[in-house]
Design a protein around this ligand. Structure first.
Ligand SMILES: C[S@@+](CC[C@H](N)C(=O)[O-])C[C@H]1O[C@@H](n2cnc3c(N)ncnc32)[C@H](O)[C@@H]1O
Ligand code: SF4
Length: 501
């Protein structure tokens, strides 16, 4: 797509908005040379009133234009004003050209509920938050209501569970039995690489010993532990016993608010593994179907059937573990509204405590990118209908939306939402997404975030990140844990977090 921009405006923001209307479009040199590429020109001018944005867009021989003006508002920065006025002019012009209204309007970020959260925290009423989202940010009313509900539910969790000395731990197990074709997570699957698991566990346990020891000696309060993947239940029952037994030695697992073993792939789940998990204090597991249509599962190279999922779910129930989560994906290749809604109804009948609905997202590293899909269709085929169905049916069944995020390149530009029965919300997900306390992450690909959510001197939260090497091979040679622990200690002292109540 060709862009002609005049005035002080963030090009990245304009590109992101254009991609909502022209999914998959490129902005590089090649697009500039391509005479059939769509074109958008934007002029931003300072006027006496405030800022004026004028947009003309053309594609396939058609053209549309829009002009929007945003007056100066007390407390609003010029940057924010520029974003709002350019966003509304681009949406108006592209919307007219293509006859399309994007669900999330000009909200392009990872957390669509962020604006709602900020407004609620400033004391704005729920009704006015919804009105602002649809009136100013051009979010369609049902999504404005969803974002507001998520923000309210998240707020309840945050206010109940916030203390400056809180933290959580994430443990990475980046191994899977086979690679699903849509997945871009770094995960080892070949026999040769899976043979590294015993050595990986040893290295991981040594790093966990140091990390948990420092959390204890600093006097931090460990609220949740999340063992994620990959597929943590790729570990044998004995390997799980080794890892979970060690964690139980290093921290009082009975004092945790939540302890998740992500598990994931039904074909790795056994009664013995979940018995070990229960014995060592795990309170939440994920048993993920993605779809309950065998044809769709086959198409995404998932290597298990719907029946395998049902068997694994029953094992999870019989294990007595407190909460079960099931992940599903909307918009998978070959899935239709009919097959998806049938899958979803069957999941609801099982009444898992959490249901997480992702929208299919094509990432550059995923094999499926080369197989063609609905990803680049503007309205995302049946995906919108499926997403609406999940929101309606969960509401009818008494689930609350409590967590939401968006990714780039999702079918129809839709969101990912976590639904929960009351009291079973995944706290780790909220803590991580809302960045309210530090998360110490250990293992290959793990990224720790040290967080001061409410700095003494006011202003935005302070966040610093620490990275472990991405691949298990590199991680096995990594010796950075002492350095990371020193950085974590320095952060806590610098921010005076340990002196606060
Ligand atoms: C980190 S993955 C790990 C879960 C586990 N290994 C499994 O596959 O069941 C977490 C979830 O992200 C979602 N996910 C992964 N790749 C995705 C994609 N390309 N588009 C949408 N959702 C995706 C899936 O629902 C998956 O269960
Ligand atoms: S979706 Fe899950 S099981 Fe499949 S490759 Fe990715 S992490 Fe592994």
């Amino acid at each position: 797509m060709k862009l002609i921009l005049n005035g002080e405006i963030n090009i990245y923001y304009v590109q992101t908005l254009c991609m909502i209307f022209f999914p998959g479009c490129k902005f590089g040199e090649e697009a500039q040379q391509d005479e059939n590429a769509p074109m958008l020109s934007l002029t931003l001018t300072d006027t006496e009133e405030g800022l004026s944005a004028s947009v003309t867009v053309s594609a396939d021989g058609k053209t549309a234009s829009a002009v929007r003006v945003r007056p100066v508002k007390e407390g609003e920065s010029r940057d924010k004003r520029a974003k709002m006025v350019c966003g509304s002019a681009i949406i108006a012009a592209c919307g007219e050209l293509l006859g399309y209204r994007p669900s999330w309007g000009m909200l392009t970020g990872v957390r669509p509920s962020k604006v709602a959260t900020e407004l609620l925290q400033a004391g704005v009423s729920k009704t006015r938050v919804k009105r602002t989202l649809s009136g100013e940010y051009l979010v369609i009313p049902k999504k404005a209501a969803l974002a507001t509900d998520v923000a309210l539910n998240e707020q309840k969790i945050i206010e109940h569970h916030f203390s400056p000395k809180d933290c959580s731990v994430y443990i990475s197990i980046p191994f899977c039995p086979t690679k699903c074709s849509y997945c871009s997570f770094v995960s080892y699957t070949s026999d040769k690489l899976l043979a590294l698991i015993p050595e990986y566990l040893q290295h991981l346990i040594a790093d966990l010993e140091k990390t948990f020891a420092r959390i204890r000696s600093l006097g931090l309060r460990l609220r949740t532990v999340y063992i994620g993947g990959g597929t943590p239940t790729i570990l044998t029952a004995d390997q799980l016993r080794l890892l979970l037994g060690k964690i139980a030695e290093l921290t009082d697992v009975t004092a945790l608010e939540e302890y998740t073993l992500e598990s994931g792939r039904p074909d790795t789940i056994t009664a013995e593994k979940f018995a070990v998990a229960k014995e060592y204090g795990v309170t939440r597991v994920c048993v993920n179907p993605q779809s309950l249509c065998d044809e769709v599962l086959k198409g995404i190279g998932r290597s298990h059937t719907a029946q395998d999922f049902l068997r694994a779910f029953e094992i999870a129930r019989e294990s007595g573990i407190h909460s079960i989560n099931t992940d599903l994906i909307v918009g998978l290749p070959g899935d239709t509204f009919k097959t998806f809604s049938k899958s979803f109804d069957s999941i609801l009948e099982l009444r898992p405590e959490n249901i997480t609905v992702h929208t299919f997202c094509v990432k550059k590293a995923a094999d499926i990118l080369h197989q063609g899909s609905q990803i680049y269709s503007l309205r995302g085929g049946d995906a919108g209908k499926c997403v609406d169905y999940t929101q309606l049916k969960t509401q009818e069944a008494g689930y609350l939306p409590y967590y939401m995020y968006r990714q780039k390149n999702t079918v129809g530009n839709f969101e990912n939402v976590g639904f929960s029965l009351e009291g079973h919300e995944c706290l780790y997900n909220v803590y991580m997404m809302e960045e309210i306390h530090s998360i110490f992450a250990v293992g290959a690909g793990a990224v720790s975030k040290m967080v001061d959510y409410r700095p003494i001197e006011g202003g935005k939260p302070v966040i610093e990140r620490l990275f472990y090497p991405k691949y298990p091979y590199e991680y096995l040679r990594d010796e950075s844990t002492d350095e990371k622990i020193a950085a974590m200690e320095a952060f806590y002292q610098r921010q005076k977090l340990l002196e606060r109540e």
